[in-house]
Design a protein around this ligand. Structure first.
Ligand code: ADP
Ligand code: ZN
Length: 432
């Protein structure tokens, strides 16, 4: 098979998908109730038994799980199979505090790799491709997830892991990599280095599969232009499986969720009420096929919108929008909710690079926000007065978007540390 595209599932009628989900969901609830005392207790507390669940309509009867639960139950409290049946451990990056661990049986690893194979196929990948995986390997799910997907497809897989940028680019050129998988911030760094070292003509990339952190449409446009590729978004989290929970198709207007494995809901993060399609909320996942770590109604804290609008690719899988931020990323500055991605959009719209940092502090009992962003090499030769003018312009634009004032400091090119994995965009000194 040239492509790992699975139209029998990815383009299934809604009715067939619901039937499939019903059956898997009901079995999964029984499996979890029987084998995970921690969740059984949560269900008992809510007064719901496995017999009360006969279809996905009953999803809302179940209690939520949160990261707090994962920390409480650490390390083995949510493992639903005997240790002898589990074959793999992965761990979150710890972006927002203590790491949590997740477990996989061989069946779970296979389905995870299938999901990633679908993602690579949707980005145009096939047997003839050379897939450079520049996500970190090891406990982080990025590397192993895309690596497994690339193998399933039969692409030639280059397991580079992140970092070692010179070697990364040497192999990209020498081996003719056609698909690059990494975080968008690392892709930006690679693109910048390619430009500087005059390697653009030696690059054969046609697609990028970028995820694991928030990025904007403006960033997509930049990366596509700089690398001469189409850039696809991919989403996932360790708790649910890793990358491949959802992936973008040729339409590039949101990510199809692998609904035969993961049921998605969006909820109001304050009340927990389920929201209708099209309304922005926290995305919650229920794993209906995983054996070892089958989280039910897991609150991701990631904010997005779900849509069932017809997609030109023919897939019927529900789509989630780009993340509007993770609720943990949200900064509250003088009572106003601020997502770094809102600021990124302004900066890129102004022709600046995505090399920026937000520094939050508290001075005289009041929050302050400073946006530090690198000038482009062109702008760097401007006069001091011109730079100050730009800072004022940017300050006004940011105020328009956020509704609060921020100090803007334009700094020299290359003065902000580059990321090889997930970028550190926020330095919140209020927490120290
Ligand atoms: P951590 O939560 O410690 O970062 P993970 O490495 O499992 O652990 O990362 C999962 C999180 O990364 C998701 O919950 C989400 O916030 C973020 N993420 C993953 N993919 C994307 C994406 N395509 N766009 C925005 N954010 C993403
Ligand atoms: Zn599509």
């Amino acid at each position: 098979m040239e492509h790992y595209y699975q139209p029998d599932i990815e383009c299934m009628s809604r009715e067939d998908m619901i039937n499939l989900q019903n059956e898997r969901f009901v079995n999964q609830v029984r499996h979890v109730y029987k084998n995970v005392p921690y969740y059984r207790e949560l269900m008992n507390k809510k007064g719901v038994a496995p017999e009360d669940v006969s279809s996905i309509e009953d999803l809302t009867k179940l209690p939520f799980l949160t990261k707090e639960d994962l920390r409480n139950a650490y390390p083995y409290g949510l493992l639903a199979v005997p240790i002898e049946d589990a074959v793999r451990i992965q761990s979150t990056s710890g972006t927002t505090g203590k790491r949590v661990v997740a477990f996989y049986t061989q069946h779970d690893v296979d389905l995870w790799e299938d999901c990633n194979a679908r993602a690579i196929a949707a980005a145009g990948g096939g047997k003839n491709d050379v897939v450079q995986v520049a996500y970190g390997y090891g406990l982080f799910t990025g590397g192993p997830g895309l690596n497994g997907g690339s193998h399933k497809i039969g692409s030639l897989t280059l397991p580079m892991s992140s970092g070692f940028t010179d070697r990364q680019l040497q192999f990209m050129c020498d081996l003719g990599a056609t698909i690059l998988c990494c975080t968008p911030s690392y892709a930006e760094f690679l693109a910048e280095t390619i430009e500087e070292s005059g390697l653009k003509d030696r690059i054969k990339l046609k697609a990028g599969i970028f995820g694991a952190e928030a990025w904007s449409d403006e960033m997509r446009v930049r990366l596509e232009k700089k690398l001469g590729i189409r850039a696809y978004n991919i989403y996932g989290l360790t708790e649910i499986t890793g990358p491949g929970v959802s992936f973008e198709c040729s339409e590039q207007t949101g990510m199809h969720i692998n609904e035969d494995h993961f049921i998605a809901e969006t909820i109001d993060p304050e009340t927990g009420d389920v929201l209708p399609l099209g309304e922005k909320g926290e995305i919650v996942f229920t794993c209906i096929t995983k054996q070892a770590f089958p989280l039910l109604r897991y609150r991701t804290r990631d904010i997005c919108v779900l849509s069932r609008d017809e997609c030109s690719c023919g897939r019927t899988l529900v789509k989630m929008s780009r993340l509007m931020g993770r609720s943990d990323d949200m900064l509250i500055i003088r009572g106003v909710n601020v997502f770094p991605s809102q600021i990124e959009t302004v900066l890129l719209g102004y022709g600046l690079s995505a090399n920026y940092q937000l520094i939050v502090d508290r001075v005289n009992h009041s929050d302050t926000l400073e946006v530090r962003v690198e000038l482009t090499p062109d702008m760097f030769s401007d006069t001091v007065r011109a730079v100050e003018g730009r800072e004022r312009e940017l300050r006004d634009k940011i105020k328009n978007v956020l509704g609060i004032a921020a100090k803007v400091t334009l700094v020299a090119p290359k003065s902000i540390t580059r990321s090889e994995g997930k970028a550190v965009r926020v330095i919140d000194n209020r927490r120290i």
